[in-house]
Design a binder for this molecule. Structure first.
Ligand SMILES: [Zn+2]
Length: 503
């Protein structure tokens, strides 16, 4: 709904928006929240009747009004009508009825119809398996969305979207399936129970786009709203990013390789932005306004945030409970997430930084999660610890003092890869392969001081090479952490442990 208002505002301001980027990037949802009386036979061509609904509806109390500070002027008025309709006890979302279609004209225009349980898809593309199976893919997605959002499957039995997959716009415009009041878009657009999709250059990305728009439609229909932009687009990205193999659909899939998701590009967005010093803190992601997603990059960041929160055991539960609060917008919505994680929040911010700095296909959030732990001063005789080879940073339990010297020695045989056979490794690493400029498997260390804040740079981003042994002068007072040098996407095939002695 919010996006509809923004589109309408843009249109009224005479701003032609060149919706950017790949895919999910260009849709702005247009579920019209107006009172039913304002809905004509062709809802797609009738924007909400602002003045009418304003005059008809009672005011909602200020105390209940969500804060939507970044919206102004007409957008505010449109929001008001939405809140007013809720105050009247209407369902928060009421999609306009689908327009009638003169099926007889479609065949002549070269448009065929593919029918599923939850999706009717009209397309001018010739028959081919990757197109014709789309309703089947969509039907497999619906129960997964229901499960994710805790929606009773019975409530989705009659839920249907109508999709238009267009190789050429003209046949759809000529038959009324592409109404003239849609804002310009490059790839996909969802309004009410309809989605418009342009043909994409990869089977993966075509499916992704359909699922992305489907998530928007599902959330609006079954949750009544979709939250602020980062969450709304993040969820559509999270639950649109998939694996489709042998008739099995897996949603919320973290692509393991670039080849798995041709033209998707979300990982690359974050990598490139980070490399160009445009990395975003979580706070900046939360602040994305309704116009942010007219560009491509915010889709990468929204996906990354959702994938991080949903994939990390520290944040998963709090993140998933946000679905209860999709009527709230920034800053209330994200404040709720912060508050529910409370004391954990500095770690969340730090691990986000680590994730962004090292993001890659197959990033293993579970294994790369920092094993935090308090430290105590080193006893006079020193101490010996064990370090798992298949995890990211792990606390040594030793607190070092700034300026004091410590000698670290390490031993052990462990594996850092399994193909074509186990790669055995010792703490100096293997020199036949490098990661981040150092031998794969080499022991690394860092000192983490307490007090991570939004402006901090994590000590985990600046590790030092330890190898078989080294004397270090502690750069700060803090806990000594270790890991072996490996990609966070390739921890699962490691095995064994190192023994580290600190004195
Ligand atoms: Zn979207």
């Amino acid at each position: 709904m919010d996006y509809y208002r923004e589109c309408l505002r843009s249109a009224l301001l005479g701003i032609l928006v060149a919706c950017g980027g790949c895919g999910g990037s260009s849709e702005r949802r247009a579920e019209a929240p107006q009172p039913q009386a304002a809905v004509g036979a062709k809802p797609a061509s009738e924007p909400p009747a602002v003045s009418e609904s304003e005059s008809q509806a009672p005011k909602k109390s200020e105390a209940d009004a969500p804060k939507r500070e970044w919206r102004r002027s007409l957008a505010d008025l449109l929001q008001q009508t939405d809140e007013e309709s809720r105050a009247e006890g209407e369902a928060p979302f009421a999609a306009p009825p689908l327009p009638d279609i003169d099926e007889s004209r479609l065949a002549a225009a070269g448009i065929r119809k593919l029918e599923g349980t939850h999706l009717t898809l009209y397309t001018d593309l010739p028959p081919q398996p990757a197109i014709d199976e789309l309703p089947q893919v969509f039907d497999l997605a619906v129960p997964q969305w229901s499960a994710y959002f805790g929606v009773d499957p019975e409530d989705t039995e009659d839920w249907r979207l109508r999709g238009y997959l267009m190789e050429r716009k003209e046949p759809f415009a000529a038959t009324g399936l592409l109404p003239g009041d849609l804002p310009p878009f490059l790839h996909g657009f969802n309004r009410g129970h309809e989605v418009w999709l342009y043909e994409q250059p990869s089977d993966y990305y075509r499916r992704h786009l359909l699922l992305h728009e489907g998530v928007h439609g599902f959330m609006k229909s079954h949750l009544g709203d979709a939250g602020p932009p980062w969450y709304m687009e993040g969820m559509a990205e999270l639950l649109g990013t998939h694996r489709w193999e042998d008739g099995m659909l897996t949603l919320g899939w973290f692509p393991q390789t670039r080849e798995e998701a041709p033209m998707w590009g979300r990982v690359k967005i974050v990598q490139d932005d980070f490399a160009a010093n445009r990395g975003l803190s979580l706070g900046k992601v939360f602040e994305m306004g309704p116009q942010a997603h007219l560009e491509l990059a915010p889709y990468g960041w929204s996906w990354a945030a959702a994938a991080f929160f949903d994939g990390h055991s520290r944040t998963r539960e709090a993140f998933r409970s946000l679905k209860e609060h999709v009527h709230r917008d920034e800053p209330e919505f994200s404040a709720r997430l912060r508050e529910s994680l409370a004391a954990e929040w500095p770690k969340v911010m730090e691990e986000w930084q680590l994730f962004v700095a090292n993001i890659d296909y197959g990033y293993d959030l579970a294994r790369a999660a920092v094993v935090y732990g308090p430290g105590s001063p080193l006893p006079p005789e020193g101490t010996t610890i064990t370090l798992a080879a298949d995890r990211g940073w792990q606390s040594s339990g030793v607190e070092v003092e700034e300026g004091r010297s410590y000698t670290i020695s390490a031993s052990g045989r462990y594996t850092v890869a399994q193909t074509p056979q186990p790669w055995w490794c010792e703490p100096n690493g293997v020199t036949i392969r490098y990661h981040d400029g150092l031998p794969l498997g080499m022991l690394l260390g860092t000192v983490r001081a307490e007090g991570f804040t939004d402006g901090s740079v994590s000590a985990f981003l600046n590790p030092g090479a330890i190898g078989l042994g080294r004397t270090i002068r502690a750069p700060a007072t803090g806990v000594l952490y270790f890991r072996i040098n490996d990609s966070p996407a390739e921890l699962a095939d490691n095995g064994g442990a190192l023994t580290i002695h600190i004195h």
